[in-house]
Write a protein of this length. Structure first.
Length: 250
């Protein structure tokens, strides 16, 4: 058995905290985390703060800690969505080639959409597909394509926590339009100068497992081009529904 690396105790303690949160399935309090990892509360707190800053943990509104967006992105290539991610890679590449713009896959992590896969445009000026980057569910095409298909009580809960410039009814009306037309379109909602169009990837039960988006500079990826591409986007993503099992909870 290999010896323990000198100076590695801090990393090991952080890993024990992540394992404790991942094993729980529900928000875990700081005292419970410290106890399960065999740490003092002050040591656990310092490590948890670093993990929060790096988005590996997030603090739940009702108290306790849950898995954060960075860890969601890292786990994208393995369980529980390995089949979906494997199937999505060639689809995203095809979408990028057909549109000339960047194609991305997003999953939900709490009140955010996390970019977990991407195929970038060949243009020098393009949307960068930065894995692990997050946007609010209520703002932007990739998040709203997911939000629009959540159960009504979950939509209400997300909007109650969101920092919005529009009213709840305006947002709800917009989500109804997304469900009706089958896609979400946004311009500069999260990234100034970018336009995006997204469709949901739904499980057989109709739950939004992910969203697939195509985005690029707004002056090149015009609203007319994006909307005209919506049918192709939906068609190419339709096979992904077949590999989507029941929804994973993050």
């Amino acid at each position: 058995m290999a010896g323990r690396t000198e100076g590695g105790d801090t990393a090991r303690r952080a890993l024990r905290l992540l394992e404790a949160v991942a094993a729980s399935g529900v928000p875990v309090s700081l005292p419970d985390l410290a106890g399960s990892a065999g740490l003092t509360k002050s040591t656990a707190y310092r490590l948890v703060r670093v993990l929060q800053e790096e988005s590996y943990l997030t603090h739940h509104d009702l108290g306790g800690y849950t898995i954060g967006s960075a860890l969601t992105a890292l786990s994208a290539a393995v369980m529980p969505r390995a089949d979906l991610y494997a199937a999505a890679r060639p689809v995203l590449r095809e979408l990028a080639d057909l549109s000339g713009e960047t194609a991305t896959l997003h999953v939900r992590a709490g009140d955010e959409a996390v970019l977990v896969l991407g195929a970038e445009s060949d243009y020098e000026l393009r949307r960068a597909a930065r894995l692990g980057s997050t946007t609010p569910l209520h703002r932007g095409a990739s998040g709203r394509a997911i939000l629009a298909h959540l159960p009504p009580d979950e939509i209400t809960a997300v909007l109650s926590r969101a920092d919005r410039s529009d009213t709840a009814q305006e947002t709800l009306d917009g989500l109804a339009t997304i469900r009706s037309q089958g896609f979400a379109l946004s311009t500069g909602a999260n990234h100034p100068g970018l336009r995006g169009i997204a469709v949901p990837v739904l499980s057989p039960e109709g739950h939004p497992v992910a969203s697939a988006a195509v985005s690029g500079p707004a002056d090149r990826w015009t609203a007319e081009r994006a909307v005209a591409f919506s049918a192709t986007l939906a068609e190419r993503c339709r096979p992904l529904v077949l590999v989507s099992a029941s929804p994973a909870r993050v």
